[in-house]
Design a protein around this ligand. Structure first.
Ligand code: CIZ
Length: 351
C-alpha cells in the first residue's frame, strides 16, 4: 500500500509541477516529509509559501493554524490545502475568541481605562485570535522570536496578556526579567477563579493563559537527571513549550529551528538528549550518525494531530487537483485576514 501511495503522489506532483508547493512541518512523519519541497517551522513555511507566487496550490502538511497563517500571508490567487481537515492543534484550541474577549473585558474592567494591556498571541492560535491582537495594538510571536516580541510589547504598554501557551509565556517572561510574583494565570475554564487576587492582578506584568502542548508537557526533570546519569557530559536541549523547571534544568532551549541549528552545527561526538516531538528527533539522529541524539522521553511522544496527515490524504488532495477540484481548502475571511496580517506584520517589523 505504501508503494502504491508513493507512486500516486509522485505522479501527481510531476503533473502539477510548478503550480504546486508542498510544505512540511518539522513534526511531520518521514512518509510525508520526504515529499516536502520545504520543511521548517510554521512561520518559515508560511513565509516560503508567500515567496512562491507561481505556486497556485500550497499543500500544507502541518496543522490547521499553520494553514491559516499561510493563507493570511500568501497571495489572493493561491489556495492553501490541509490534506486532513481534522489535523488541529490541541494547544491552539485551548483559547477561542469568546474566551479571549471575556478575559479582555474582565481585565479592562478590573484595571480601568489605564490598564495598558498588550495582547500577544503565539503563532499556535486561530487566525481570529491573531486578528484580535491586530485590532487591539498587539502582536503575534513564535517560539524563536518571543523574547524580542515581549520586549516590544512592554515598550508599548504596562502589561502583557499572553495566550494560549502558559509555558512559553512564563519561560519568556522570566528571561525578560519578570519575576514569578509579577505573573498571574488566567484559566478560561474558570475565569472567576483567576490564580491570583485582585491586588496581584493589578501588580501583574503578565497574565498567562492556562494552555499547554501535551507533547512538550511529557518532559520532566527526572528524565533529564536520568539522561545525565546514563551519559555524563550529555547536553540537554528542550523546547520552550516545556514546563519552567524543565527549561531551567536543561542546558539549552529554543524553537524547532534553533534545535535543528544547534545539532547541525555541533561537532562529531556530541551527545544530545532532546525534549521535543519524536519525528524531528528521530530525523536529526538519522541525519547525524556522527553524534548521539535521542529523545528525552523514552516512551514515544509524537504530536498526535500532526500524525493525522497520512500519505493517503496527501494522495487524495493531489489527485483531486489533477481533476481541477480543490478539497480541504483552508481560507480565512478577508476582515480576519486583514487584522491577523496587521499582527503578523508587527512581528515581522521587529525581526
Ligand atoms: O511554530 C512552530 O512551528 C512550532 C509549533 C514550534 C516551533 O518551535 O517551531
Amino acid at each position: 500500500q505504501g508503494e502504491e501511495l508513493d507512486r500516486r503522489i509522485t505522479a501527481a506532483r510531476e503533473v502539477l509541477g510548478e503550480k504546486l508547493v508542498i510544505l512540511g512541518h518539522h513534526y511531520q512523519r518521514d512518509e510525508i516529509i520526504k515529499y516536502a519541497d520545504y520543511r521548517g517551522d510554521s512561520f518559515k513555511l508560511a513565509q516560503l509559501a508567500a515567496a512562491r507566487p507561481q505556486a497556485q496550490y500550497i499543500v500544507f502538511c502541518g496543522v490547521h493554524f499553520m494553514a491559516e497563517s499561510a493563507d493570511v500571508l500568501s497571495a489572493a490567487h493561491q489556495k492553501v490545502i490541509l490534506p486532513n481537515p481534522t489535523a488541529g492543534c490541541s494547544m491552539a484550541d485551548m483559547a477561542n475568541i469568546a474566551e479571549v474577549e471575556e478575559c479582555w473585558d474582565v481585565l479592562t474592567e478590573m484595571l480601568g481605562e489605564d490598564a495598558g494591556i498588550i495582547p500577544v498571541t503565539y503563532m499556535n492560535s486561530a487566525a481570529n485570535l491573531k486578528a484580535f491582537c491586530g485590532r487591539n495594538g498587539g502582536v503575534v510571536c513564535t517560539s524563536s522570536n518571543a523574547p524580542t516580541v515581549m520586549r516590544w510589547a512592554f515598550s508599548q504598554g504596562k502589561r502583557v496578556l499572553f495566550f494560549p501557551d502558559e509555558h512559553l509565556g512564563r519561560n519568556t517572561a522570566l528571561k525578560y526579567g519578570i519575576t514569578p510574583e509579577q505573573m498571574v494565570v488566567w484559566n478560561p475554564k474558570n475565569p472567576l477563579l483567576m490564580e491570583g487576587s485582585e491586588e496581584q492582578v493589578e501588580q501583574a506584568k503578565i497574565i498567562l493563559w492556562k494552555g499547554y502542548c501535551s507533547t512538550h508537557m511529557r518532559f520532566s526533570v527526572e528524565q533529564i537527571a536520568k539522561a545525565r546519569a546514563d551519559f555524563p557530559g550529555i547536553k540537554v536541549l528542550v523546547h520552550p513549550e516545556c514546563r519552567q523547571e524543565v527549561v531551567a534544568t536543561a542546558d539549552l532551549y529554543g524553537s524547532t529551528e534553533y534545535i535543528v541549528r544547534q545539532i547541525e552545527q555541533a561537532p562529531a561526538g556530541s551527545q544530545w538528549a532532546v525534549g521535543t516531538e519524536i519525528n524531528l528527533v528521530h530525523r536529526l539522529a538519522e541525519a547525524h550518525p556522527e553524534q548521539l541524539i535521542f529523545c528525552l522521553d523514552p516512551v514515544v511522544c509524537p504530536c498526535s494531530t500532526m500524525y493525522r496527515i497520512h500519505p493517503a490524504y496527501l494522495a487524495w488532495v493531489l489527485e483531486a487537483l489533477l481533476e481541477g477540484e480543490v478539497i480541504n481548502q483552508v481560507s480565512v475571511d478577508e476582515e480576519t485576514a486583514h487584522w491577523a496580517r496587521v499582527a503578523l506584520e508587527r512581528m515581522l517589523s521587529l525581526a
